[in-house]
Write a protein that binds this ligand. Structure first.
Ligand SMILES: Cc1ncc(C[n+]2csc(CCOP(=O)(O)OP(=O)(O)O)c2C)c(N)n1
Ligand SMILES: [Mg+2]
Length: 581
């Protein structure tokens, strides 16, 4: 250990970081050298990226599966600027990520002309402070070690979030007089989450004892199978129907008789009806509880008693309004949601009480059959995906904006990882690579179904998967449009009595349609498509699955109809009808 950055690298290894996604830069050439030459590029191993936004998105995707932070490093102010949207997504998604950056020399006397000056920023962390849990700029190698310990601890303590540590080039390149002893990390562990009070558990159970139509809303929950099983047992013991949230991924078995529907950006009728019918609603860290309640009750007062189990308030800051509207709450319990699930279940089991029998579930509306020679409808395509993956353990890392939650069956917490948090288009490919990295070797097939806009903005993230032999299947649900915004233009046209048929102008990604399979091949991935008809989907997916099972990165470009199955509730209504309604 001869240099400041050797000590920093040693600390990173001690913190168990296996991988670091990065784009290099002179501001951290010291640390770069230490990872390569002091650590031998192992633990953490470098995953070179083609854009800083991908580096942070990869760490985000990894943590969505692993539920622990991965490391990313970005270069000075410019790399950090590139990475900002990915920070925001990780922040809104409440996912732990540790990002390192660099600046300086902070001491102007040590700066090289020009480049060191433009790449030195006072208070660089301010660029991301409003959407990180914590940031720091330590002043010595010793302080950097403490900073890394603290950063990892803070990111990994619920509610999770990204953190940023900015390393002055001078502390990295400082010659050490003697090695720095690393602290005993067992003394800097993440605290166990607080348990709910016995009084709160009793209050909730008393409430449920007197309820007739209880409802549980699952928001951001863990991806552990024990927690999943406990959720099922709790819903059964309480006789409560369950609403999931497409944005939060797979949190409850969708085929369970108590499962009603998935909340999403556009709330399905089954969700609003379920909310309105309920007399007690137990919300576990819902992404937008107040929004759901106000959609269901409109201007009327919310008719149900609300129990809110969430620690999210500890992350609310002034700059971003991602905390959503303030919900009316009758019993407010700020603990980790799955901890509360177990506490309620244990209390119930010790009382040996079953409160109610299960009620039947209304079946999801059936999807119209695809016509082999015709354009591929979004719902029919979802069904074809289900057929292609039948019998395979799949992790849907991401599903496109137009997908309808009712068309997917989830049986395990890793069946679907939900959204990106911040609604940042272009996050998909990076998230997919990171999640696939965490899934590598688990036997679960990593599948990201991306919009074409999302794919095109972030597609060079795939090179990192190819270069590091991370198997991944990307299926592009390609409507050749930023179609979400056609829906908006249609709405505006209807409101303003303007021609709806012009909604596509400035939205279509066509003429020429970018060749997505060629973009995949250009990066060393397998590229299949475009697949233009429903009849060709099956063979294309079969080939793609075989490629990924053989260890490849494969992109299948499937042309789908420009329509949103997620809009409205019944079978794929045209957007015009939905908007008018
Ligand atoms: C960084 C960013 N730019 C623009 C938007 C606005 N926006 C939301 S969805 C969308 C279209 C995304 O296109 P695609 O991924 O193809 O999905 P589609 O709506 O076509 O299904 C756009 C441009 C955004 N959310 N984020
Ligand atoms: Mg599109």
């Amino acid at each position: 250990m001869d240099w400041g950055s050797d000590a920093i690298a040693a600390m990173l290894r001690d913190l168990d970081f296996q991988y670091v996604a990065l784009v290099p830069g002179a501001s951290y050439r010291g640390l770069h050298d230490s990872i390569v030459n002091y650590l031998g590029n192992e633990n953490p191993k470098m995953l070179l990226c083609l854009h800083e936004e991908h580096a942070v998105a990869i760490a985000h995707g990894y943590a969505k599966v692993a539920e622990k932070p991965m490391l990313a490093i970005v270069h000075s102010n410019v790399g950090l600027m590139h990475a900002t949207m990915a920070f925001f997504d990780a922040w809104c998604d409440r996912v732990p990520v540790v990002v390192l950056g660099a600046t300086g020399p902070v001491d102007a006397m040590k700066r090289r002309p020009w480049i060191d000056w433009i790449h030195t920023t006072a208070d660089q962390g301010a660029l991301v402070r409003d959407y990180t849990k914590w940031d720091d700029q330590p002043g010595s190698p010793e302080a950097a070690i403490e900073s890394l310990l603290r950063a990892t601890q803070i990111a990994s303590t619920p509610p999770y979030g990204p953190v940023y540590v900015n390393l002055d080039v001078s502390i990295q390149e400082q010659k050490l007089e003697k090695p720095i002893a690393l602290p005993d990390k067992a003394r800097y562990r993440v605290p166990s989450p607080a348990a709910p009070s016995a009084a709160d558990v009793r209050k909730v159970l008393e409430l449920f004892a007197g309820t007739k139509r209880p409802l549980i809303v699952m928001g951001r929950m863990s991806r552990k199978i024990d927690d999943w099983n406990a959720r099922v047992a709790l819903a059964e013991a309480l006789g409560a129907r369950v609403i999931g949230d497409f944005r939060a991924g797979s949190t409850f078995p969708t085929e369970h008789p108590l499962f009603l529907s998935q909340a999403a950006q556009y709330l399905p009728e089954a969700v609003t009806a379920g909310l309105r019918e309920a007399d007690v609603i137990l919300s576990f860290d819902s992404i937008d509880l107040a929004g759901m309640l106000s959609t269901a009750w409109g201007k009327e007062q919310v008719g149900a008693t609300i129990v809110n189990v969430s620690m999210d308030r500890y992350l609310h800051k002034g700059w971003s309004k991602d905390y959503e509207a303030l919900p009316p709450v009758d019993i407010d319990i700020p603990v980790v949601p799955d901890v509360m699930v177990h506490a309620l279940l244990e209390a119930l089991q010790s009382a040996q009480k079953k409160l109610r029998h299960n009620e039947g579930r209304t079946a999801a509306p059936s999807t119209p059959a695809g016509d082999a020679g015709r354009e591929i409808g979004v719902r029919a395509f979802s069904r074809q995906l289900g057929d292609a993956f039948a019998g395979t353990d799949v992790c849907y890392i991401r599903l496109p904006l137009g997908a309808n939650g009712a068309d997917f069956t989830f049986r395990h917490p890793l069946d679907f990882l939900g959204g990106d948090g911040g609604g940042g288009v272009g996050a998909g490919p990076g998230l997919a690579v990171g999640a696939a990295l965490a899934l590598r070797g688990t036997g679960r097939l990593p599948v990201a179904v991306l919009g074409d806009g999302d794919f095109l903005m972030g597609c060079t993230a795939l090179w990192t998967a190819v270069a590091n032999e991370i198997p991944l299947l990307v299926i592009v649900s390609n409507n050749r449009s930023y179609f979400n915004d056609e829906v908006h233009q249609e709405r505006v046209a209807l409101i303003r009595s303007r021609p709806v048929e012009r909604k596509w102008i400035g939205q279509r990604l066509d003429d020429p349609a970018p060749d997505l399979a060629m973009i995949a091949r250009a990066q060393g991935a397998v590229g299949i498509g475009p697949v233009r008809t429903a009849g060709d989907v099956e063979a294309a997916l079969a080939r793609a699955i075989a490629e990924v099972k053989a260890g490849k990165v494969c992109v299948v470009d499937v042309y789908v109809a420009p329509e949103y199955a997620s809009l409205g509730t019944a079978a794929a209504a045209t957007t015009a009808e939905t908007v008018k309604a």
